[in-house]
Ligand binder design. Structure first.
Ligand code: HEC
Length: 139
């Protein structure tokens, strides 16, 4: 049994916002008490795309797809919420790790990421959790 993984897998399957029961009360209260699907519905179209992990059309998109998904998924990148300055530092760090970017590409990419995936953007995806001790063989 690996309950934590099961829970994570269930949470990662983000519900279809349109599947909310009709007549459900609009979410106006604190975000913490609001169901995730309702929160997504309350977002403007761009942010709705962003929290779903979609990449807005711009030169930065191709860079994310071509250069950042070499080592990890695009969703791993866009599940982060960083300030523009932090994105800049992150891109510099990834270049040190081996991301093949020219200075110009790095600037375009940092601006693209810093424009969209900022701390004010809600998080709707489950973060991976460590399975509890003893849940995996040999650990
Ligand atoms: C050469 C492999 C490689 C490439 C290419 C790469 N990354 Fe990473 N990335 C990593 C590794 C390894 C980690 C985990 C770092 C750690 O745990 O400190 C990571 C972690 C991250 C994180 C999590 C935050 C952090 O600092 O650990 C973000 C965000 C990220 N990468 C963004 C990007 C972006 C944006 C690009 C495209 C420029 C990119 N990565 C390209 C290897 C890579």
């Amino acid at each position: 049994m690996i309950p934590a993984l099961v829970v994570a897998a269930v949470l990662a399957t983000s519900p279809d916002p349109s599947a909310a029961p009709s007549g459900a009360p609009a979410a106006q209260d604190s975000l913490a008490a609001t169901p995730v699907s309702a929160r997504v519905e309350d977002l403007d179209p761009l942010r709705r795309k962003l929290v779903k992990g979609e990449l807005p059309e711009a030169p930065g998109k191709q860079l994310v797809l071509a250069k950042c998904s070499i080592c990890h998924s695009t969703e791993y990148v866009t599940s982060n919420r960083l300030t523009p300055k932090q994105w800049q530092a992150n891109v510099a760090k990834m270049r040190k790790f081996g991301a093949p970017l020219t200075d110009e590409e790095a600037a375009v990419l940092a601006e693209y990421l810093g424009q969209h995936w900022t701390p004010d953007l809600p998080e709707v995806r489950a973060k991976p959790v460590k399975p509890p001790k003893g849940a995996l063989p040999g650990r």
